[in-house]
Design a protein around this ligand. Structure first.
Ligand code: 5GP
Length: 129
């Protein structure tokens, strides 16, 4: 069965898109640790990040860096953190999280955003790419 992220790639499930290339997609996490929390994924469905072929892994890191630099410009924060977990969705992804405090990196404190907040945040990050 296709992962929820493959359904986002195919358009079956909507997302707040931040960036897209032929092979990669960045969109806002629906249950963010902080405003601007973004997921970067390869469109090709592979469960574990380190099982990606070397080329795709390196290109995902390059794509994630581009997105992280845009987040840093768009969202007030001390820095953008990068985390890999994958315990919930079995489709390789990188979390890019604007950090102001250690709790922002801990997946404990969650931010509630309205659809308008999500849309505006995605648009602002995209405009900084
Ligand atoms: P992980 O697999 O790294 O433990 O966590 C998966 C992340 O994906 C979580 O932070 C969760 O909020 C996010 N997520 C799960 N389902 C969806 C979805 O349908 N849309 C979006 N945008 N994010 C999701």
């Amino acid at each position: 069965m296709a992962s929820i992220f493959s359904k986002i790639v195919s358009g079956e499930i909507p997302c707040y898109k931040v960036a897209e290339t032929n092979d990669f997609l960045a969109f806002l996490d629906i249950n963010p640790n902080a405003k601007g929390h973004t997921l970067c994924i390869p469109k090709k469905e592979v469960d574990k990040l380190f099982d990606l072929d070397e080329h795709t892994f390196n290109e995902l890191m390059k794509f994630s860096r581009t997105v992280a630099l845009a987040i840093e410009k768009a969202v007030p924060c001390k820095r953008v953190g990068m985390t890999v977990v994958g315990l919930e969705v079995p489709h390789a992804h990188v979390h890019l999280i604007p950090l102001n405090a250690m709790e922002d990196a801990q997946f404990i404190k969650k931010e509630t955003l309205s659809p308008e907040d999500f849309e505006a945040t995605a648009r602002t990050i995209a405009s900084c790419l």
